[in-house]
Design a protein around this ligand. Structure first.
Ligand code: ADP
Ligand code: MG
Length: 577
C-alpha cells in the first residue's frame, strides 16, 4: 500500500515560504523563470547522464518543457521529461534549503525585519522552486527519476508541512502544478492562466533556454477537445493538438553582439548564476581557427558570500557544440577569477571529456590564457570608461584578484595595473601604484606600505608617525592576501615595495635626518638605558635601538626586513606551521 507521509519544513524553509506566501515582491512573474530554469537544468542533466551511461533506461529522444494552463481549475503546469528526482532527493532538495546561498538569504532576511528590506533581499538572492508560492496557494510536484520504476508526489500549501507519497506510475521527469491564488480582476497582466501572459514571460525571461518550451495554443486545445468529444472517427480523435514552441532557443553566445539585447544577456546570467541581480559586466569572446570556441562571461555585481570557502562552486559552464557538458569547469579560468560566471562553448572537444582531461589539454590551457587576458583587459577598460563600476568591482573582487599577483606571474603587470589600494593620500579614493609613483617626493626611492587589520589600526600605528610628519604617502593594505603578494611582487617600475614596519627605514634623502655625528652622540648618551632595556627584554626582542621613525610615541616594535609581519605570523600559526 502506498502511503502518504507528512513532513515539517526545516525552519529556514518555513520562514522563506512565509515570505513567499505573503510576498511583497512586485515582480511575481519570475516564478515561471525559476521553474523553467529548473526544468532546463533537469534536461541538461539527463542528456549528460545518458551520454555517460548507455545502460541508463531513459528516453532522451524528445527532451522538452511543456507549459499548460487551465482557466477553470486555475492551474498552471510546468512539465519536463528530464532527469527527475528519487523519493529521497525530493525530500532533500525540495523540503529543505540545501542551497547555501538561500540559507544565507534567510539569515539576512531575519535581520531585515521590514517588508521593504525583504523585497530588496528577494531581488538579490532569488529563491528558486519556492517562488511558486508567490502566486500559488498549493504546489504539487510529481516526479520520476530517469531509469527508476517508481515515482514520487510532493505536495504543499506552503504552510509548514508537505506530504510525500510514492506513486506507481509517473512519467519520466518532473511535473510541477501550481494551484493559483484567486486572481485580481483588474490584473490581466498577471493572470497566469492567460496564454498571452505566459508567452510574454517566457519570451522575456527564458528565450535563450536551449530546450523547446512548448504550449498548446488554447484555440487548438479546445478545438481538439470538441473533435474528440463529438466525433466517432478514430482518426480525428487521435489527432493531438500541435504544441507551439515559445522560445527561440538561440544560444546567445553563438549570436553576434548586435543581435542580442543587454536584457537577454542578463537573463542568461541569472539562469547560470542563480543571482537575481544584473551583472556588472558582460565579456564576449569568439575564437576562430584550429580550436574554435565562443565564450560569454559575466562579472557579477556582488561577491558571493562563500567565495573564500573550500569547495566554492565556480560559475563557468562548459558546452560542446551547444550541448551542456559541465557546471563549475575549473580548467577554464584561474582560481583568482573564480567569481566570473558564464558559458564557454568549444567546437572540438569530445562530449565525454572529463575534468582530468581538461586539466591537461593544451587547447584548454591556451583558452584559459586567452580568457584570462580578456577578463583582465575588460577590468582595465572599466577603469577608464566606467570608474564607478570599476570601484564596485574592486570593492567586491579586489581581494580575490590580488591572489593572481602571487600565482600568475605572466599577468602580474596587467593585474598590478588594474589594482588599487587605500592610501594616506585620500580618505575615500584608492590609488593605483602608477599614481602613487607620480606623486612620490623628490628623492623618495621606495613605495611604502603598511599592512594591518583595518585602515584605522594602521593609521594609529606608531610606524606611521615619521611618514605622516614628513608627508610621505603610505599604502594601507588590509586584505590578508596583501601580506603575501607584496613580497612576491617586490617592486613596481623599479621602485621597491617597502613596509614601513620592517628594518631600518631610511628616510635620509626624504627628510631632515639628523646628522651622523649627532646620532652617534645620542647613542653614547643613551647606551646605558638601551643596554638595560635589552637585558630585561632579552626574551622578546633582538635589539633595542634609537630611531628617527617616531615623532609622538616613545617606542615601537619593528621587524627585521625579512621577518614575517605579525599578521602573517598569526596566519601561519593558525595554519599550524
Ligand atoms: P536551485 O535551482 O538554485 O538549486 P531550486 O529551489 O530552484 O534551487 O531547486 C532546488 C533543487 O531541486 C534543484 O537544485 C534540483 O536539484 C531540484 N529540482 C528542482 N526542480 C527540478 C526539476 N524540474 N527536475 C529535477 N530536479 C529539480
Ligand atoms: Mg532553480
Amino acid at each position: 500500500i502506498m502511503s502518504t507521509e507528512t513532513f515539517e519544513f526545516q525552519v529556514e524553509a518555513r520562514q522563506l515560504l512565509q515570505l513567499m506566501i505573503h510576498s511583497v515582491y512586485s515582480n511575481k512573474d519570475v516564478f515561471l523563470r525559476e521553474l523553467v530554469s529548473n526544468a532546463s537544468d533537469a534536461l541538461d542533466k539527463l542528456r549528460l547522464a545518458a551520454l555517460r551511461d548507455d545502460t541508463l533506461d531513459a528516453d532522451v529522444s524528445d527532451l522538452h518543457i511543456d507549459i499548460e494552463t487551465d482557466t477553470e481549475a486555475r492551474t498552471l503546469t510546468v512539465r519536463d521529461n528530464g532527469i527527475g528526482m528519487s523519493y529521497d532527493e525530493v525530500g532533500r532538495l525540495i523540503g529543505t534549503i540545501a542551497n547555501s546561498g538561500t540559507a544565507k538569504f534567510v539569515e539576512e532576511l531575519r535581520e531585515a525585519q521590514d517588508e521593504a528590506g525583504a523585497e530588496g533581499l528577494i531581488g538579490q538572492f532569488g529563491v528558486g522552486f519556492y517562488s511558486g508560492f508567490m502566486v500559488a496557494d498549493e504546489m504539487t510536484l510529481l516526479t520520476r527519476r530517469a531509469g527508476e520504476g517508481h515515482g514520487t508526489r510532493w505536495s504543499s500549501r506552503g504552510e509548514g508541512t508537505y506530504t510525500l507519497e510514492r506513486v506507481d506510475d509517473a512519467p519520466q521527469g518532473t511535473t510541477v502544478t501550481l494551484h493559483l491564488k484567486p486572481a485580481d480582476s483588474d490584473d490581466q497582466l498577471h493572470d497566469y492562466t492567460s496564454e498571452w501572459t505566459i508567452r510574454e514571460i517566457v519570451k522575456r525571461y527564458s528565450d535563450f533556454i536551449t530546450w523547446p518550451i512548448r504550449m498548446v495554443p488554447k484555440a487548438a486545445a479546445s478545438g481538439a477537445d470538441d473533435t474528440a468529444d463529438g466525433s466517432d472517427s478514430p482518426d480525428e480523435a487521435a489527432a493531438a493538438p500541435e504544441p507551439e514552441t515559445l522560445n527561440s532557443m538561440k544560444a546567445l553566445w553563438a549570436r553576434s553582439r548586435e543581435e542580442v539585447s543587454d536584457d537577454e544577456y542578463h537573463e542568461l546570467y541569472k539562469h547560470i548564476s542563480h543571482d537575481w541581480r544584473e551583472p556588472l559586466e558582460t565579456v564576449r569572446l569568439q575564437a576562430e581557427g584550429t580550436f574554435e570556441y565562443q565564450a560569454l562571461l559575466f562579472v557579477p555585481s556582488h561577491a558571493p558570500h562563500d567565495l573564500y570557502n573550500q569547495g566554492y562552486q565556480r560559475g563557468v559552464q562548459l558546452y560542446v557544440k551547444r550541448v551542456f557538458i559541465m557546471d563549475d569547469c575549473e580548467a577554464l579560468l584561474p582560481p583568482y577569477l573564480r567569481f566570473v560566471k558564464g558559458v564557454v562553448d568549444a567546437a572540438d572537444l569530445s562530449l565525454n571529456v572529463s575534468r582530468e582531461i581538461l586539466q591537461q589539454d593544451r587547447h584548454i590551457r591556451m583558452m584559459q590564457r586567452r580568457l584570462t587576458k580578456k577578463v583582465v583587459s575588460t577590468v582595465k577598460d572599466m577603469m577608464t570608461a566606467a570608474p564607478e563600476r570599476y570601484a564596485t568591482f574592486w570593492r567586491e573582487f579586489g581581494a580575490v584578484l590580488k591572489e593572481g599577483l602571487l600565482s600568475d606571474s605572466d599577468n602580474r603587470d596587467a593585474l598590478l595595473a588594474v589594482s588599487s589600494f587605500a592610501t594616506t593620500h585620500s580618505q575615500e579614493e584608492p590609488t593605483t601604484l602608477k599614481s602613487y609613483v607620480e606623486r612620490m617626493k623628490d628623492g623618495q626611492e621606495a613605495v611604502y606600505y603598511l599592512t594591518g587589520e583595518s585602515r584605522q589600526s594602521i593609521e594609529n600605528s606608531p610606524h606611521m608617525e615619521a611618514f605622516r610628519a614628513k608627508g610621505i604617502e603610505v599604502l594601507l593594505l588590509t586584505d590578508p592576501v596583501d601580506e603575501v603578494w607584496v613580497d612576491a611582487v617586490g617592486e613596481f617600475e623599479g621602485k621597491p615595495l617597502r613596509s614601513v614596519a620592517k628594518g631600518e627605514v631610511d628616510l635620509g634623502g626624504e627628510g631632515d635626518e639628523k646628522a651622523d655625528g649627532e646620532r652617534e652622540k645620542q647613542d653614547e648618551e643613551y647606551a646605558a638605558l638601551l643596554g638595560w632595556m635589552k637585558e630585561h627584554l632579552d626574551e622578546d626582542v633582538k635589539e633595542v635601538r634609537l630611531s628617527s621613525r617616531l615623532t609622538v610615541s616613545p617606542a615601537c616594535i619593528v621587524s627585521d626586513a625579512h621577518d614575517l609581519t605579525p599578521a602573517l605570523e598569526n596566519m601561519y600559526r593558525a595554519m599550524g606551521q
